[in-house]
Design a protein around this ligand. Structure first.
Ligand SMILES: C[S@@+](CC[C@H](N)C(=O)[O-])C[C@H]1O[C@@H](n2cnc3c(N)ncnc32)[C@H](O)[C@@H]1O
Length: 289
């Protein structure tokens, strides 16, 4: 297990993932009843982007300038994206950044944690002990929040159905292992069996279209409830970039989520393009009935 999100924080993949996550949380909060936010692969919670070029042995090219860096000074963003940038800015400033560039970047646990209400609850799973220890410090002051040093896939079985009977789950693995897609499908099957109404957001990398298509087919075989996909390509599929894009599968997306997500994805496709062939799309994998 070598993955450290540290090197990737604030990149284009974080932008789509975190912008949509914040909107999903807001949609869950349209109802007064509390909900469980389960982050199966939580990371360390907070990232110092000024260290993003320091690898374990080699100097790395920071990824955030091609991600949050592209949105940082944009004044004419759709509300979904403007709210995300504003949340990152608020965190960055509170952590003490006095420069004009972004420096302190909140991971999924802190982005969600900042807007949790007293009736909402968070369970954050992180299997790597060092990352989990850092996460515990990062979320220390948040109420109704627990950090679990455990396999996030097991957590789906263990934590659902939520006591609150409402759940938002983020599945955001490192995709280092060949079996990651299969692990996700199994975990989603178990999660939906326990909690058919859970909103489940799954991040995936776009490295090979065929692999992503096979993943979508396997998910569809589970007889999914309504499910949408938001996908961002920063380059065409023929590009030599290691990751040409990424997406989020959204199981049980909130009502009319597409009205905001679709235009936001289009704008991201333009703003985060790295090569020709970039695009941002939103479509139904399993339409609403
Ligand atoms: C992509 S990062 C998570 C980033 C985080 N969700 C965010 O958006 O800020 C993936 C994390 O999953 C952790 N991890 C890997 N396998 C895991 C597993 N089976 N269960 C829980 N955590 C795992 C890694 O240590 C890494 O910190």
């Amino acid at each position: 297990m070598n993955y450290r999100h540290h090197f990737h924080a604030g990149n284009f993949a974080d932008v789509i993932k975190h912008a949509l996550l914040l909107r999903l949380v807001a949609a869950m909060q349209r109802k007064p009843k509390g909900f469980l936010y389960l982050d199966t692969h939580a990371g360390r919670g907070s990232y110092d982007l000024s260290l993003a070029d320091q690898g374990d042995t080699l100097v790395r090219k920071p990824e955030w300038p091609q991600g949050i860096g592209r949105l940082w000074s944009e004044s004419d963003l759709p509300e979904l994206l403007a709210d995300y940038v504003s949340a990152v800015r608020t965190y960055d400033q509170r952590q003490g950044n006095l420069t004009t560039e972004p420096r302190f970047y909140p991971g999924s646990p802190l982005l969600a944690g900042e807007v949790m209400r007293p009736q909402d609850r968070m369970v954050l799973c992180e299997r790597h002990p060092d990352e989990a220890a850092a996460l515990q410090i990062a979320v220390g002051r948040l109420d109704r929040c627990s950090v679990q040093v455990m396999d996030g896939y097991v957590a789906l079985r263990a934590m659902l159905p939520a006591l609150e009977r409402r759940a938002l789950v983020l599945i955001d693995p490192p995709f280092e292992a060949e079996h990651e897609f299969a692990d996700i499908v199994r975990a989603v099957q178990e999660g939906l069996a326990r909690s058919p109404d859970a909103v489940i957001a799954i991040w995936y990398p776009m490295t090979k279209r065929a692999r992503v298509d096979a993943f979508a087919d396997q998910l569809c075989r589970l007889k999914l409830p309504p499910t949408a996909v938001a996908e961002l390509m920063v380059a065409g599929e023929e590009s030599t970039l290691k990751m040409q894009g990424c997406g989020m599968v959204l199981i049980n997306p909130p009502w009319r989520f597409e009205t905001e997500a679709e235009p936001a994805m289009k704008v991201l496709g333009q703003l985060l393009a790295q090569e020709s062939g970039a695009s941002g799309r939103y479509w139904w994998l399993v339409p609403e009935r």
